[in-house]
Ligand binder design. Structure first.
Ligand code: ZN
Ligand code: ZN
Length: 136
């Protein structure tokens, strides 16, 4: 169904009220205010459209995961400012390494590193040669 945001109230910092129109019917309601979305990298509010980044789930799909175990990676998606430095700031804080042969994309693939304790690297999976993990 087509939902258009129409006649949105002028942006005032003290209100979240607006109106939307569905099939010609005006519905005054509380609409989601994107100003309340915060960047997972710098924790500041995001004005406008956030960049969403997900980490692919590492749980094998052949068997349902046990209730007792949980995936060590929260796949997100997380929302960031459109500058990839903010995504890398989140990676750094979360202990991920970053594959410098890749780029920050909407979907990042986790790569388990042969380290003790276990560490994870994130790569976009778009290159064919070996990963080169560096601190994000
Ligand atoms: Zn940010
Ligand atoms: Zn890589």
């Amino acid at each position: 169904m087509c939902v258009t945001l129409a006649a949105v109230a002028p942006r005032r910092p003290d209100t979240l009220c607006g109106a939307m129109e569905i099939m010609g019917i005006r519905i005054p309601t509380v609409i989601h205010d994107t100003d309340s979305v915060r960047c997972a990298g710098c924790l500041e509010p995001i004005a406008g459209r956030p960049m969403r980044v997900s980490v692919l789930d590492i749980v094998a799909t052949e068997a349902p995961p046990s209730w007792a175990s949980r995936s060590p990676i929260n796949p997100g998606p997380r929302e960031f400012h459109s500058d990839e430095a903010h995504v890398r700031a989140w990676m750094r804080r979360s202990g991920y390494l970053f594959c410098r042969r890749s780029a920050v994309r909407e979907i990042m693939r986790p790569v388990r590193l042969p380290t003790d304790p276990v560490a994870w690297g994130l790569c976009d999976g778009m290159h064919r040669d070996a990963h080169e993990f560096v601190p994000a």
